[in-house]
Design a protein around this ligand. Structure first.
Ligand SMILES: O=C(O)C(=O)Cc1ccccc1
Length: 323
């Protein structure tokens, strides 16, 4: 049986007496907007932004209290724009995660003939999840990338001489822009989900629930044999499981990488602190990107010898030796 905590992925209070301003990857109708509604307090204002970078920048500049952005997809993997933007610039922290099932509507302007469809506009992650379906149903149709799935119907319905005649977007988005839907539930892999995160300014750490994740960005020493193994040992020695690890170029030339890592546990837990201390001792750069409740509520299996009590009693033992 899987041990689950009560999900508490709520984003924390807005500044006293004010409405919470939440920036997200817009326009209205994106899957990102669906993620926002999973956690937005009743008194919230939604600020649609044209890119992930601009949604995060709005929080950095203080124009928004929180940003909601996609971070990982079950088919296409990590969303590099988000992973890279979080690791550069002034510090932001993740305070909540959300999961959104993604299936797409294939929509056109009402009356469009099948033979007039030569290109489809959508977000690259959506294209990656529907490419085979499009190739099977509309051979020779090419992809035109847009900044989000909902940007495609917005452009199709408002711009003259658009370079695409069809879009792949969410069903609410197709409805909002009054498109004719030629197929819905389009997906090469049924059951695909996208994980979104809500981001706040540094210093905002939700309390531990017993079912949490911690995200860090770690740069390894260049040209050091075994550096990756040394990094992973910091986790395994403390019985800490990872739920995601991805390498990204550090930007300092070929061969220099940093790792974006999701850790099962909360920074207030002893075994997580011990692993982070180990990383800090052995890696040139460690950036803390937040501890927050897991949306699925699954608690980690804590190996005997690595509970908070085990750490406390080991420290008490040393203190006794020192007298
Ligand atoms: O563009 C959107 O609607 C998003 O929220 C990003 C995205 C794109 C493709 C799949 C899932 C999320």
């Amino acid at each position: 049986m899987v041990d689950r905590a009560v999900p508490t992925n709520l984003p924390g209070p807005a500044p006293a007496g004010e409405r919470m301003k939440i920036a997200f990857l817009g326009p209205f109708g994106t899957f990102c907007e669906q993620a926002v509604w999973q956690v937005a307090p009743t008194r919230s204002d939604l600020l649609p932004m044209p890119s992930v970078g601009q949604a995060l920048a709005a929080v950095r500049r203080g124009e928004a209290d929180r940003a909601v952005v996609p971070i990982e997809n079950s088919v296409e993997g990590g969303v590099n724009a988000t992973i890279d933007e979080l690791s550069h610039g002034s510090s932001l922290v993740i305070v909540a995660e959300m999961l959104v099932p993604v299936a797409f509507a294939f929509g056109v302007l009402p009356g469009t003939k099948q033979e007039d469809i030569h290109a489809v506009g959508t977000h690259p992650h959506a294209w990656a999840q529907c490419r085979h379906w499009v190739e099977a149903h509309y051979p020779n149709v090419i992809h035109v990338p847009t900044a989000s799935t909902a940007a495609a119907p917005e452009i199709l319905t408002s711009v003259e001489d658009v370079p695409f005649q069809a879009v792949l977007c969410s069903k609410p988005s197709a409805k909002l822009f009054e498109l004719e839907v030629l197929a819905d539930d389009v997906a090469d892999n049924p059951g695909a989900v996208t994980r979104f995160v809500m981001v706040s300014r540094e210093g905002d750490i939700p309390p531990a629930t017993g079912a949490d994740k911690t995200t860090v960005q770690v740069r390894l020493p260049d040209n050091e044999a075994g550096a990756l193994l040394t990094m992973l040992e910091q986790f395994s020695a403390r019985g800490v499981n990872l739920s995601r690890i991805e390498s990204r170029p550090s930007g300092n030339g070929l061969g220099s990488y940093s790792f974006s890592i999701d850790i099962e546990g909360h920074v207030r837990e002893e075994r997580i602190q011990a692993a982070l201390v180990g990383l800090h001792r052995t890696c040139p750069e460690v950036k803390f990107l937040g501890s927050y409740p897991r949306v699925d509520g699954v608690r980690p299996n804590i190996r005997p010898g690595t509970t908070d009590e085990d750490f406390a009693s080991a420290r008490a033992w040393i203190e006794k030796i020192l007298g």
